[in-house]
Design a protein around this ligand. Structure first.
Ligand code: FPP
Length: 249
């Protein structure tokens, strides 16, 4: 029986965020160059997108390249940027077919021009799609995003558009790159590491965390459905007591 059949369709997560870790180790375990792991990672990206589209999850955010990843060897960065171009060119038609809209968050201006162009094409072409939304975090880190938000809030105060007393949690949220998306219900990290790595720190305040030892290239549809089932068995209390949540006196 597939985990898909165990999913309660009336209690789906609205947003799944994923830290796709383990590409390099997957390749090294096979005596291959790390870039082979990233290539295989593209196939796992395709499977994850298809799986959320099938399950009916509205938002999927994928951490594809962090601000800190710019510190990797130049050759690996080049290979990753080239892979992004190939991946979006290869996948755009399939994304449209699956009615999937693509968005990006991150310091996109830092990406090479040809990578930006390829992304633009994918964003434009899929902008008409009305099914699931896939948000690719590229050259992204949460501290970068929050710093940009603070700068923009300060600039709007200086320009007289808002006042300090207007600053609320909702206002801060509205200055983040993710302002148009709900907070993730689940954060999945593959690859066995138990950390958040500067990803969506504000947005995951109440997300359920799910860690798996599977390396990203091994992650498949069943792995994703299994994570959803696990999420559905958790009690989300948002600071309340268990009794309050269940409605029992
Ligand atoms: C982390 O594994 C993965 C990355 C830094 C890159 C993720 C990129 C892809 C999955 C390629 C395709 C992506 C899209 C959105 C088309 P790692 O290299 O840190 O692995 P390690 O921890 O084993 O070294």
């Amino acid at each position: 029986m597939s985990y898909l059949d165990k999913i309660d369709k009336t209690h789906l997560p609205k947003h799944i965020a994923v830290i796709m870790d383990g590409n390099g180790r997957w390749a090294q375990q096979r005596g291959l160059d790390r870039t082979f792991g990233h290539k295989e990672g593209e196939a796992a990206v395709r499977r994850a997108i298809e799986a959320v589209a099938i399950a009916g999850v509205p938002y999927l955010t994928l951490y594809a390249f962090s601000t800190e990843n710019w510190r990797r060897p130049e050759e690996e960065i080049k290979a990753l940027m080239a892979l992004m171009i190939q991946a979006v060119s290869r996948q755009t038609a399939e994304l449209v077919k699956n009615n999937v809209r693509v968005k990006v968050i991150g310091d996109i201006a830092r990406l090479p021009e040809d990578t930006q162009k390829a992304l633009d094409y994918c964003l434009q072409t899929t902008s008409v799609c009305t099914g699931s939304t896939v948000i690719i975090a590229l050259s992204y880190s949460s501290k970068w995003e929050i710093t940009e938000a603070v700068k923009a809030i300060a600039a709007d105060i200086e320009a007289g558009k808002i006042e300090t007393k207007d600053i609320t949690e909702n206002l801060i949220t509205s200055y983040l790159a993710t302002k148009d998306y709900p907070d993730p219900d689940i954060l999945i990290r593959t690859g066995g590491e138990l950390r958040i790595s500067n990803f969506l720190l504000w947005q995951i305040a109440y997300s359920e965390l799910y860690f798996t030892d599977e390396l990203w290239p091994e992650f498949n549809e069943e792995s994703l459905y299994k994570a959803i089932v696990d999420y559905q068995n958790r009690e989300r209390r948002f600071g309340k007591t268990s009794q309050q949540v269940s409605g029992n006196p």
